[in-house]
Design a protein around this ligand. Structure first.
Ligand code: FAD
Length: 330
C-alpha cells in the first residue's frame, strides 16, 4: 500500500428519514479544518433512497464534493448493503481520512468498514488533530474506563478511520455561497445482501429534546441532596426554555435517568448556558460540559473545582438559591 495514493478527508453522512444527522454536519466542519491543514478535499458520502436534495446542505457546511449512493433499499440503514457500498467507495476513492459519527448506526458501520478496507479504527473520539510533523491524524479518546485520554495514530494504513461522538465537534455556521461537485450514483444492491427485514420502527417519544441539543441546561449533582430537589431544577429549566441534566452521582443515586448524565461516560453538551448546581466539578464531569458558552456554578464549598471552569460562581445552598432564582424570574 502506498500511503501517498490516499488523499482527502471523507465523512460518512448519516441520514434518517431523509434528515441529515447533526453529528455528520459537525464532522464536515471538522473535516474542513483538517483538510485545510493537510491540503486536500472534503468529500461527504451519503447513502439513501433519494439523497440528491441533501447535497447542497453538505457543501454549505464545508464539503467540496458529495458522493451520493441512491437505491430504494438504502432508505433505512441495513448493515450489509451500507457496509459493502461504503467499503467499495473507500477502496476505489482512497481517502486519507474517514470520519463517521459514533451514533448507533455509526458504531455498527465503522468497525465493519475498517475491517473490510484493512485499516484501524479509533472509536468514540472526542478530539481530532493533525500532527504537524507527520500530517498523521491524532485521534484522542477516553481509555481505561475514562481514567486517561489516549491519543492514537494509524501511521501504516489508510484511511485513518475515526468515529466521533455527537456534540463534540463544533458546528460552524453554514455558508450558502459555497459551491461543490455532486455525484449521484444509482447503487446496485445484491438481494442476498439484504439479509435484514425491518418489521417495525419504534420512534422515541416525539417532542423529547435531547440534552445535547438544548441551549440551556440546569444540571444537578449530589449536592442537590434528593430526587425531590430536581423538581426545582426542572421548573427553572422550564422557565428558561431548557432541560435538566445531571452528574453521574445524581444518576447513580437513582434520582434521574442515565440519559441525562453529562460527562465522560454520559453526554457531551455545548449549551449557551450551563448551570451546575451541587456539582463538585470532577474531571469526568467537566469533560462533558466545559465547552458550554456560559457556566454558572452554585456550590456550598468555595473551593469546589467547578468554580475553576465557571464564568460566574455562587457560593451557597443550591436548594435555596434555585427557588430564589425562580422567584426572581416569576
Ligand atoms: P460530588 O463530587 O459528591 O459533589 C457534590 C458537590 O455538591 C460538592 O462539591 C459539594 O460541595 C456540593 N454541595 C453539597 N451540598 C450542597 C448544597 N446544598 N448546595 C450546593 N452545593 C452543595 N461523573 C459525571 O458527572 N459524569 C460522567 O460521565 C462521569 N464519568 C466517570 C467515569 C469514570 C471512569 C469515573 C472513575 C468517574 C466518572 N464520573 C463521572 C464520576 C466523577 O468522578 C464524580 O464522582 C462525579 O462527577 C461527582 O458527582 P457530583 O459532583 O454530583 O458529586
Amino acid at each position: 500500500m502506498s500511503l501517498n495514493e490516499y488523499k482527502g478527508v471523507w465523512v460518512f453522512v448519516e441520514q434518517r428519514n431523509g434528515t441529515i444527522q447533526k453529528v455528520s454536519l459537525e464532522l464536515i466542519c471538522k473535516a474542513r479544518e483538517i483538510a485545510d491543514k493537510i491540503g486536500g478535499k472534503v468529500t461527504a458520502v451519503i447513502l439513501g433512497a433519494e439523497v440528491e436534495g441533501l447535497a447542497n446542505e453538505l457543501i454549505h457546511y464545508g464539503a467540496d464534493m458529495v458522493k451520493g449512493f441512491e437505491n430504494k433499499r438504502l432508505e433505512k440503514y441495513i448493515t450489509e448493503p451500507y457496509t459493502k457500498i461504503l467499503s467499495s467507495a473507500i477502496i476505489e476513492g482512497k481517502p486519507e481520512i474517514m470520519l463517521i459519527g459514533a451514533t448507533t448506526i455509526g458504531r455498527d458501520l465503522a468497525p465493519r468498514v475498517a475491517a473490510r478496507v484493512k485499516t484501524g479504527l479509533t472509536a468514540d473520539c472526542t478530539i481530532l488533530d493533525i500532527d504537524p510533523q507527520t500530517n498523521n491524524l491524532l485521534m484522542t479518546r477516553p481509555a481505561f474506563g475514562g481514567n486517561i485520554m489516549a491519543t492514537i495514530i494509524c501511521p501504516e494504513h489508510r484511511p485513518q478511520m475515526s468515529s466521533v461522538r455527537p456534540g463534540v465537534m463544533v458546528l460552524h455556521n453554514k455558508d450558502i455561497s459555497r459551491t461543490g461537485e455532486v455525484s449521484i450514483i444509482e447503487a446496485e444492491i445484491d438481494e442476498m445482501d439484504v439479509n435484514v427485514e425491518i418489521v417495525e420502527e419504534v420512534v422515541e417519544k416525539k417532542g423529547k429534546i435531547k440534552i445535547e441539543d438544548a441551549d440551556v441546561l440546569i444540571s444537578g449533582g449530589r449536592g442537590i441532596g434528593a430526587k425531590d430537589g430536581f423538581e426545582a431544577l426542572g421548573r427553572l429549566a422550564h422557565r428558561l426554555n431548557g432541560l435538566t441534566s445531571a452528574s453521574r452521582a445524581a444518576v447513580d443515586a437513582g434520582w434521574v435517568d442515565k440519559s441525562i448524565q453529562v460527562g465522560q461516560t454520559g453526554k457531551t453538551v455545548r449549551p449557551n448556558l450551563y448551570i451546575a448546581a451541587g456539582i463538585s466539578g470532577a474531571i469526568q464531569h467537566v469533560a462533558g460540559m466545559e465547552e458550554a458558552e456560559f457556566i454558572i456554578a452554585i456550590n456550598s464549598n468555595p473551593d469546589a473545582p467547578i468554580f475553576d471552569v465557571a464564568d460566574l460562581g455562587i457560593v451557597g445552598d443550591a436548594n435555596k438559591i434555585i427557588p430564589a432564582l425562580l422567584q426572581e424570574l416569576a
